[in-house]
Design a protein around this ligand. Structure first.
Ligand code: NAD
Length: 487
């Protein structure tokens, strides 16, 4: 599946475009907004910037364009994602119109934040192919998407939606009971209502309320949610103790329940003024980038822990690496493997150049690319085999600037039953100038035993073949160098 239509290109439609393009889908977007092209371009720029930082996994980016009419956007699409304003009448009318142009087998999804799918699908000719796929802003970074079926939605449609969203590196949550607001927005609305009361009653400013979340519970929510966090808060006796201790307080209650403060013009002005002050003159674009950089940092931290949203990023990345490794493109095995990268601006240090540790980062990625080529994939790792780097000699030959395009050529100097001797040469991809080299020894290991072990098939044969194919290559300058004061 490669072609997706997006109907509505605002905050959410633009976010979908970013996630889809970063994952190799071609997108046709329809939005009558006069600046639809500019808004799409800016959303794609944000997504590209975020994904370039998020993962080095090899990806083919898709192409997105604005269609002149609804019909042209949806005609060939396999999936159609509607993200127009939250208005039931408008959405129902649009869904019926989408069906007049769409392929009969196209999946039709709505980004609605909480309208009931049974009502949205009521005027459709083929309501069984409709489902809600409710994402979270920014769609290109947050993995969660709530999948909610209406009464007429078929099981097959739900399955297709779950598998489509998973293929985009998302975490689809199948909401089994159709309720207003689904699961996530029910929780968010309760918090939002209390926050409005606290401002209304002059208990706290908007900034103080945000601080009450981001310095405390927000950090817990990002990785464990509410129930697991409270289980731990119950101490050794766990959840039962927690409920016994804090349960009675729920009846007092501290919060305003479903009572809503009236959004008078005074309250709206008060919130807007405090919000302007909190933003400190930063534009929405600037705030989006701060948010995205922080989200990338959080996702990466959780990825190293293989936990919560980080586990989704890690699994998706593994799939992308494996897909690239199994590419059908024939490569001449007698030539060094070429790995391509680009210097992320955040790798630049106080000297204005790529910081020294990032040289090793790039070479380590080049080694990983070679290991994938010889067959070390998720299945091989899952069987308890891997290769660890045990020694590296790095030569920094020239300063490397931010955003500089890089090529790394990887040559096999030798291999035996447990070891692999590699030499990497990093060049500027445009000028060909040599920037750095790295000589590395890698050791094959049995990861469970934590010991060196012989290569296992099919990797053993591939390593031997690669070493034999490279034996005729000239020995690169710098091989076997050690640090010394003499030249
Ligand atoms: N903003 C969020 O945080 C968020 C999160 C999850 C889901 N949603 C849901 O996503 C949907 C879109 O929300 P949004 O925040 O992107 O709104 P938005 O106002 O930013 O964007 C809506 C877009 O739809 C376009 N549009 C209006 N009528 C159209 C039509 N007939 N055909 C094509 N395009 C049309 C508008 O020009 C606009 O660009 C809503 O259902 C909303 O509930 C929003």
């Amino acid at each position: 599946m490669t072609h997706v239509a997006l109907v509505g290109g605002g905050v959410i439609g633009g976010g979908w475009a970013g996630r889809l393009v970063e994952n190799g889908f071609d997108v046709r977007l329809y939005d009558p907004h006069p600046e639809a092209e500019r808004r799409l371009r800016e959303a794609l720029e944000n997504a590209e910037r975020a994904w370039a930082q998020l993962t080095m996994a090899p990806r083919i980016r898709g192409v997105a364009s604005v269609a002149p009419s609804l019909g042209e956007a949806v005609r060939d699409a396999e999936v159609i994602q509607e993200s127009i304003p939250e208005d039931e009448t408008l959405k129902r009318r649009l869904l019926a119109e989408i069906e007049r142009h769409a392929r009969p087998d196209a999946l039709v999804c709505s980004s609605t934040s909480g309208l009931l799918p049974t009502r949205l699908q009521a005027d459709m000719e083929s309501p069984e192919r409709f489902v809600v796929g409710h994402p979270f802003n920014p769609v290109y970074l947050l993995p969660l998407v709530e999948v909610v079926a209406g009464e007429q939605t078929s099981d097959k449609t739900v399955e297709r939606a779950l598998s489509f969203y998973s293929s985009l590196g998302m975490k689809p949550l199948h909401v089994r009971k159709e309720i207003d607001g689904f699961v996530a927005d029910r929780l968010l609305e309760a918090l939002w209502r209390e926050a409005l009361w606290l401002v209304h009653d002059d208990v706290a400013t908007v900034e103080e309320i945000d601080d009450a979340i981001r310095y405390g519970a927000g950090l817990r929510w990002a990785q464990m949610g509410t129930f697991l966090t409270y289980r731990i808060a119950g101490g050794e006796e766990g959840m039962q103790h927690f409920l016994a201790q804090f349960g009675p307080a729920l009846a007092w209650p501290w919060s305003k329940l479903t009572d809503v403060p009236e959004l008078t013009s005074e309250l709206i002005d008060k919130i807007a003024e405090q919000s302007d002050e909190q933003a400190g003159g930063l534009s929405v674009r600037e705030l989006e980038r701060i948010r995205d950089d922080n989200l990338v940092a959080l996702l990466q931290a959780l990825r190293t822990r293989d936990y919560a949203a980080g586990a989704i990023v890690k699994a998706h990345e593994t799939r992308l690496f494996d897909a690239a490794g199994s590419g059908t493109e024939e490569r001449d095995p007698a030539r060094p493997l070429k790995y391509e990268s680009v210097v992320d601006p955040s790798w630049v240090d106080y000297n204005g150049h790529m910081t020294e540790a990032r040289y090793l980062h790039v070479f380590a990625d080049a080694s990983d690319a070679f290991l994938r080529e010889v067959g070390i994939d998720a299945a091989y790792l899952g069987r308890g085999h891997s290769a660890y780097t045990v020694e590296t000699h790095l030569r920094h030959l020239r300063e490397v600037a931010g955003l500089e395009p890089l090529h790394v050529l990887t040559q096999v100097l030798g291999a035996d039953e447990k070891r692999l001797h590699l030499f990497h040469t990093m060049t500027n991809a445009r000028s060909g100038e040599t920037l750095a080299t790295a000589e590395q020894m890698l050791l094959h290991v049995d990861t469970a035993a934590g010991r060196a072990s012989p290569w296992v098939e099919p990797v053993a044969t591939a390593v031997t073949r690669a070493a034999a194919a490279h034996v005729a290559l000239p020995v690169p300058d710098g091989v076997g160098r050690a640090i010394a004061l003499t030249a």
